[in-house]
Design a protein around this ligand. Sequence first.
Ligand SMILES: [Ca+2]
Ligand SMILES: [Ca+2]
Length: 303
Amino acid sequence: MTNRPAALALTLLAGVGACTRQNAQRAAPPDTAMSVVDSFRTPESVLYDSALDVYLVSNINGSPLAKDDNGFISRVSPAGRVELLRWIDGGSEAVTLNAPKGMAIKGDTLFVADLDELRMFDRTTGVPLGARAVRSATFLNDVAVGPDGTVYVTDSGLRAGTSGLAPSGSDAVYRFDASGNAVTVIRGDSLGRPNGIVPDETGLVVVTFGSGDVYHLDAAGRRTALPRPPAGQLDGIVRLADGSLLISSWEDSSVVRVVPPATTYTAVVRGVEAPADIGYDTRRSRILIPVFTGNRVEIRPLP
Ligand SMILES: [Ca+2]
Ligand SMILES: [Ca+2]
């Protein structure tokens, strides 16, 4: 492994729905579907930092449960170039990063969910800024920042089982108080393995991996069911400027869109396996899809 900016193999697709990749080294037109192919290692999340105009990719590297301190975060340019594969690197002495998943930015701080800790880094330099422990958590998954600055994190409630992941019973959504302590918003096995979250004016919208549900949570932890996508194993959620929601589903390898108050979901991306915590490039209207089992990031224009 290297810390040098990595060369990029860009593969252009003939079209959004095309399956045949054509070998091409030339730069992609901005609206052409493309995939960034490089040395990602179990990428879980892509976050667009709109101020720095860069894509950040969290790499679990190994088991999603292992405290192996080999996780890393990559910087990718909107042109599809991996600028720094191991920008923040668990392999370095100064950084602890085990199985990084969801990310969020507040001010100059990048927050990263990492099993039972919320890690903080300088958004620009990647320098570590400490961590906040969530003692009862087993599988912290997504991070979001509310309009009042409150930082939230989900625990998907998973642990190692005899054949893969098994429920740990720790399903929860936490917020952090002014002292940085985790405070339970809601906790319990009925949460359905909460995964991606996106804030709104009154709380959060949560998507679940276990039950395939979408629900709203208010600050007091009250749940309101929202329309369910046609398929489950939900991972990432993004809200667009028009209020519509993009949600990724492992079950049918898709990203779907709903425009509330409408309740019907429309597929905007199909045929991308294991689409984990999606991001959105607001400048170019692109969906950024970490392919969890494919060690790559797909960049697709919003149709
Ligand atoms: Ca790891
Ligand atoms: Ca996730």
